[in-house]
Design a protein around this ligand. Structure first.
Ligand code: ZN
Length: 124
């Protein structure tokens, strides 16, 4: 089981970004380092040509720069339900998918793998 670590300023930025875009869905690309036993998220990238809507947020995947530090995405669920949708699992990028549910407080952030299984994480 790989350990997942977030830098605390990254968590704060994700939550703030989601709050700013509410009631629309917001999406970010998360970057960091992926070691054998540890995945560290230490920075964010705003994807190019993002579109935000109440039920859908996305960006053209082919517009993403080639960047080996991309480890996944983070997006908000303004509905308040943190369960990944079928669409979320079909559009999985990288190793982890972060879903932040309304009202975007510290305990509203959830991390999933590509199977939609919830993963534990730690904040440093
Ligand atoms: Zn979603």
């Amino acid at each position: 089981m790989k350990e997942i670590i977030f830098k605390s300023n990254v968590i704060d930025s994700i939550l703030t970004f989601c709050k700013i875009h509410h009631p629309n869905e917001a999406i970010l690309v998360v970057c960091g380092s992926n070691k054998r036993d540890k995945l560290t998220v230490d920075r964010l990238m705003i994807p190019p040509l993002s579109e935000y809507g109440p039920y859908y947020s996305g960006f053209p995947i082919n517009m993403l720069p080639y960047d080996r530090s991309i480890v996944g995405t983070a997006h908000s669920h303004p509905s308040g339900d943190s369960t990944p949708s079928i669409t979320d699992l079909h559009h999985f990028i990288g190793l982890i998918s972060i879903i932040v549910r309304y009202p975007y407080d510290d305990d509203d952030l959830f991390v999933y793998n590509s199977k939609g299984e919830s993963l534990e994480y730690r904040i440093l």
